[in-house]
Design a protein around this ligand. Structure first.
Ligand code: SF4
Length: 447
């Protein structure tokens, strides 16, 4: 549990009972005038404990433990991609932001002849969404009675993404870990029967280990503690729930215990199995899985999931932006229309996609409006006549076209007069309010 400033102060040299340690009290070497001032900064997470060289070992251990994140950061890696999960600080995105999107994995079985082809398809899948390249995160290989080691090796060769090795048999797990050497897979799972052997393997191969209990939170927490005491720090929890209601209740409870009660025993990311149910997977994205395993690779199912994930895991305080500048649509010539909009990613793509899909050529000027949409930017003074004129003058567009006509968004028609003043000699045209009406506007009003 996080310590208060006074609790921290009691662990610093000024409170020590050892004269040789207390002799350093208020020495200012940490950059703060007193130990108490340093304690307050530590409590506010505005200073690093390492700034004081005189903290005793036991105090240091207590302080480091209290400063550890409430949900441990777990890293797994394939040959060319790694995934970090955990380290979340809030229950709701609007409180701050979510930091590490859950990894989406596709399950293959070692009895499946096309396991490597599926893995290849997973690695190749990529979606361009408002300027971001969205992908899946890896493959879960399940031991189902086939040749586990060969399947792991084939999947590893076909897909450079991280793997999850799924077996409850320690001997099979070891064969899979050997086949996956050179990467860092997640090992699923240690349960009440096999945890000692699985913990030994996880420690030996230095991989994170999933701890599995069937719906019993106390059993899950106790098992995680036993695995930790056996030397495995990187733990993922599988509460064993597989339905909507039980998963929602247990995953929320675990997240609350970790964040609000600072319950270290359950301060680990969670793994969820969604089968081929996209709605259940969506629930797990929102609340609160760190790893989500799907039973099959289906682009139609995956697309909405990775877009939902991207939307939830972007920082709400930082709008997604595109670079300001000149964008060419459908190979425009010097006499083709010139439009302007803001650099809020969704605004840009709405306009660009409408014009592009119409087949009409055009120039699109993107003004730096600090990532806001047209109306928001106008209301905030970030998309005014001065900025629009500056964009026209500084982007070099005047050298690319042979006219002086500019189409502004209909939502800022009120700026018409001011822009004409800022851009003497230009004809300013008020375009439609909605991007969807742009093609018709260009066809009927430009020429
Ligand atoms: S370095 Fe700072 S915290 Fe440490 S003993 Fe000196 S004043 Fe106190």
């Amino acid at each position: 549990m996080a310590l208060t400033g006074l609790q921290i102060y009691k662990l610093l040299p000024a409170s020590s009972t050892k004269p040789e340690v207390k002799a350093h009290a208020n020495c200012k070497e940490c950059g703060y005038p007193t130990c108490l001032a340093f304690a307050m900064k530590l409590a506010a997470k505005q200073a690093e404990l390492s700034l004081c060289p005189y903290v005793e070992e036991e105090s240091k251990r207590q302080l480091e433990e209290s400063a550890a994140p409430p949900i441990r950061l777990i890293t797994i890696a394939g040959s060319a991609k790694k995934l970090e999960v955990g380290n979340e600080l809030v229950l709701y995105r609007h409180e701050k932001t979510f930091y590490h999107p859950p990894g989406l994995f596709v399950r293959v079985k070692d009895t499946q002849p096309d396991a490597a082809q599926v893995a290849e398809a997973v690695a190749a899948y990529s979606v361009d969404y408002v300027g971001m390249s969205l992908t899946l995160d890896g493959v879960a290989v399940e031991a189902a009675g086939g040749d586990f080691a060969s399947t792991v090796a084939a999947v590893k060769a076909a897909c450079p993404f991280p793997l999850i090795l799924m077996t409850s048999d320690p001997a099979t797990a070891e064969a899979g870990l050997k086949a996956a050497q050179g990467t860092m897979p997640l090992l699923w799972a240690a349960d009440a029967q096999n945890w000692q052997a699985m913990a030994k393997l996880a420690a030996q191969y230095k991989v994170p280990l999933v701890v599995l209990a069937n719906g019993d939170l106390n059993a899950l927490a106790d098992l995680a503690e036993q695995v930790k005491n056996a030397g495995v720090e990187d733990i993922v929890l599988d509460p064993g729930t597989r339905g909507y209601a039980d998963s929602l209740a247990i995953f929320t409870q675990l997240r609350r215990l970790a964040l609000k009660k600072n319950e270290r025993k359950v301060g680990y990311p969670l793994i969820a199995f969604a089968g081929d149910d996209a709605t259940l997977a969506a629930q797990h994205i929102a609340k609160y899985a760190g790893f989500i395993v799907l039973d099959r690779f289906d682009p139609a199912m995956v697309y909405p999931l990775i877009v939902l994930r991207a939307n939830l895991f972007t920082d709400p305080q930082k709008p997604i932006q595109v670079l300001p500048g000149v964008y060419e649509i459908n190979k425009p010539g010097p006499s083709d229309p010139l439009m302007i909009t803001t650099n809020f990613s969704i605004t840009y793509f709405s306009v660009a996609n409408e014009v592009e899909s119409s087949g009409l050529p055009g120039w699109l000027l993107v003004a730096d409006a600090e990532g806001m949409s047209v109306l928001t930017a106008w209301a905030a003074g970030k998309f005014d006549a001065e900025r629009i004129a500056k964009t026209v003058k500084t982007t070099g567009i005047e050298q690319k076209i042979n006219h002086k006509r500019l189409i502004i968004p209909g939502h800022v028609a009120v700026l018409l007069g001011e822009i004409e003043e800022e851009l003497p000699g230009w004809e300013i045209n008020v375009g439609p309010r909605e991007a969807v009406d742009l093609p018709n506007y260009l066809k009927t009003r430009w020429g």
